[in-house]
Design a protein around this ligand. Structure first.
Ligand code: BGC
Length: 696
């Protein structure tokens, strides 16, 4: 009997299998593999028993348009996940998504979206995580770990400096080396260190004049050589379109071009998606001596590694069901939504409302009954769930027959006014409509609620001052025009298919809000570092350049340095209970070289109900040879406490907590000296501090 090839032997080590498979592939087969087939798969190679490798959009769940129009669990938008500051929930969400990807017969989810939130206007903020690289990478890495626990590849995206949507296919980002590393690369670096993602999607835009898909500096030198990325790089869909061609992309290390050869009805889309990895073009580049077969091996190898890691050669690919309706995943979606809620205002303990104290409730506003989660609604991340609980549904279900629902605010004992933005409209309105929305392909332009909503708010409050505002949004908004007029404001992000239940449980007190803002809310947009000038955002649209002039002073770093009071600081969020922090300790006075140190704090719940607090640890460099932000988040921990209960929170940090990127040495370094450790519950509420010395 003929012996089974090594690459087909599931008991062998991944690298051994990859080498064997690479040796067995002909040049033409390698070329076939690096260009996809249709929108969501690679080519199969029957001779070697390699089936199609299938991808599906994320990152809010398994998207409808890429899963045979299937209905899947719609999780809260990932900015909401970041607002939970809960790494375990990020892992669980990743795991549940990974499981649904597998059930769908796909092998990779095109997510998580981990780009740094640089401006409140970026249309895709709802799909990203935070303005801070530590929060973003800690949550991002756990999403990846959860996804990959199911033998499904993640695909962190969109690498790199794709922080806005305006002219995303042609704009060139201009930023200095320190900013590139200290903010943007650092985010990816930490995710790679903590979770070894099997896939990554390059961006559409240019960095230093070269498109992401053929940018050797970012894809090869930084990603592979410096960060040690082991997965494959896939294009954003169509991102090779304007590049110099096959040779440039292959030399840069781009493993897979998507979409691939378009067949049937979708052939019409070839007019837009121009392939550079066609066999003809790759052969031409080879014959001209622009690339060699070794260059092709360099790009195909990581793809083979992913194919083996996801068990494509070992397990049958399931046939996708039309609907995935898993109650545990829906419960998880609700739990994440509950922990993502950020209470922004709560005068005189307006919330929670005791249901026994009220007889009539009104749930009004344009987002009260709006169903999010329609095909391509908001862009590529559109997940269509088997059912959707709106805030109205959630509140109706919760109050059951204990109170009456009314339409007229004057009749109600309490009004819940559900405002916010849309998540983008369908595919056409997404690109062409001028209506403010959080959506792929365009950015917002107005830092306010739509006029008609502000009017509705004024009218409603006049009729009933006991009006609680619930915001369904994917990024910061200016609340100042009406903030003083209402007693309570709850920010719910886009809370997913179970969001209505989460909101209802929170406003009636079954859930104590514990979310904290993963982004700063400026008082006015021009206070924000990305909006000090137009060249910073949306950029110089004639020259097609966007200038990251704020440098390393992104988000709260800018507000701190320039002593600007934000409307809400990074890390802010209220609770129905109160916590006291005390006894900050560091286990040593001096940290040496690469040694670790432990920071611990006691936290007690001094209120009357159970709740959770997020302990935030920032570090400030007392003296440095270069300018540094006044403080930077280094770690955080969420702690759950019953009334009267106390716990000690401990986090272990290492030398990286003292580091900055040195443009002289072209690497992260820590300078010897004294550092201040600041601990508290938001970036502007840090009541505890202590000092530590670092020596190297
Ligand atoms: C988006 C990606 C998405 C891809 C496939 C692109 O337009 O930028 O995030 O994964 O399309 O749908």
């Amino acid at each position: 009997m003929q012996e089974k090839s090594k690459y087909l032997n599931a008991n062998l080590d991944v690298e051994e299998r990859v080498e064997d498979l690479l040796n067995q592939l002909t040049l033409d087969e390698k070329i076939l593999l690096i260009r996809g087939r249709g929108f969501w798969t690679t080519n199969s190679i029957e001779r070697l028993k390699i089936p199609e490798f299938g991808m599906t959009d994320g990152p809010l769940g398994v998207a409808h348009h890429s899963s045979h129009d299937g209905k899947r669990t719609r999780f809260p938008a990932t900015i909401g996940l970041a607002a939970t500051w809960n790494k375990k929930l990020a892992y669980d969400m990743g795991k549940a998504i990974g499981k649904e990807v597998r059930l769908t017969g796909r092998h990779q989810i095109l997510g998580p979206g981990v780009n740094i939130i640089r401006s409140p206007f970026c249309g895709r903020n709802f799909e990203y995580l935070s303005e801070d690289p530590i929060l973003s990478s800690d949550i991002g890495a756990e999403l990846v770990n959860g996804i990959q626990s199911q033998n499904i590849a993640s695909c962190i995206k969109h690498y790199i400096t794709n922080n806005s949507e305006t002219k995303r296919m042609s704009i060139d980002t201009v930023l200095d080396e320190r900013t590139l590393y200290e903010v943007y690369v650092k985010n990816y670096k930490r995710i790679i260190e903590k979770s070894d993602p099997w896939g990554l999607m390059c961006c559409f835009n240019k960095i230093y004049g070269t498109y992401g898909a053929e940018n050797k500096l970012v894809l090869r030198e930084i990603l592979r050589d410096q960060l040690g990325f082991t997965g494959h790089v896939v294009t954003d869909w169509g991102a090779t379109r304007n590049t110099s061609g096959a040779a440039g992309c292959i030399k840069a290390g781009l493993s897979l071009e998507m979409p691939g050869k378009l067949l049937g009805k979708s052939r019409i889309a070839s007019l837009f998606f121009k392939s550079v990895y066609t066999p003809k073009k790759v052969h031409k580049a080879l014959s001209k001596g622009l690339i060699t077969e070794e260059d092709i091996d360099y790009v195909v190898k990581p793809l083979l590694r992913t194919i083996i890691r996801v068990k494509l050669l070992d397990e049958e690919t399931p046939i996708a069901p039309k609907v995935i309706d898993i109650p545990e995943h829906q419960d998880l979606a609700q739990k994440i939504a509950e922990e993502s809620l950020v209470l922004l205002k709560n005068d005189n303990e307006t919330l929670p409302i005791n249901i026994d104290d009220i007889k009539k409730v009104a749930v009004l506003g344009p987002n009260a009954k709006k169903i999010f989660g329609k095909r391509l609604h908001g862009g590529s991340s559109a997940v269509v769930p088997p059912f959707f609980i709106t805030p109205y549904d959630g509140i109706v279900n919760f109050i059951d027959d204990k109170a009456e629902m009314v339409e007229n605010p004057e009749e109600a004992d309490v009004v819940f006014l559900v405002l916010g933005l849309d998540n983008g409209g369908g595919i056409f309105s997404m690109f062409f409509s001028k209506k403010e929305a959080d959506a792929e392909g365009r950015d917002r332009t107005i830092y306010r609620l739509p006029n008609e909503q502000e009017r509705l708010l004024e009218e409603t409050v006049k009729k009933n001052p006991n009006t609680v505002i619930i915001l369904i949004v994917g990024s910061p908004l200016d609340l100042s025009p009406w903030f003083e007029k209402v007693p309570a404001v709850l920010n719910a992000w886009y809370p997913g298919m179970m969001g209505g239940n989460a909101i209802a449980r929170c406003v009636f007190g079954d859930v104590n809000p514990s979310g904290k803002l993963p982004v700063t809310y400026p008082v006015k947009i021009s206070d924000h570092p990305a909006h000090v000038s137009e060249r910073r955002f949306p950029g110089d649209l004639e020259a097609l350049k966007i200038y990251y002039d704020e440098g390393i002073y992104i988000g709260y770093r800018h507000f701190d340095k320039n002593q600007i009071e934000p409307f809400f600081p990074f890390g802010f969020g209220l609770s129905y209970t109160e916590f006291k922090l005390s006894d900050l300790k560091v286990d040593r006075n001096t940290v040496k070289d690469s040694g670790t140190f432990i920071v611990s704090i006691d936290v007690v719940n001094v209120g009357k109900i159970e709740g959770a607090e997020i302990i935030q640890i920032y570090i400030s460099d007392d003296k440095c040879s270069v300018d540094r932000p006044p403080k930077e988040l280094q770690a955080f921990e969420k702690v759950y406490l019953k009334p009267g209960e106390s716990k000690t929170v401990s986090v272990t940090l290492n030398q990286s907590a003292f580091e900055f990127y040195s443009e002289k040495e072209h690497k992260f370094i820590a300078e010897a000296g004294t550092f201040t450790i600041l601990v508290g519950t938001s970036s502007r509420h840090l009541p505890l501090s202590t000092k530590v010395d670092y020596v190297n």
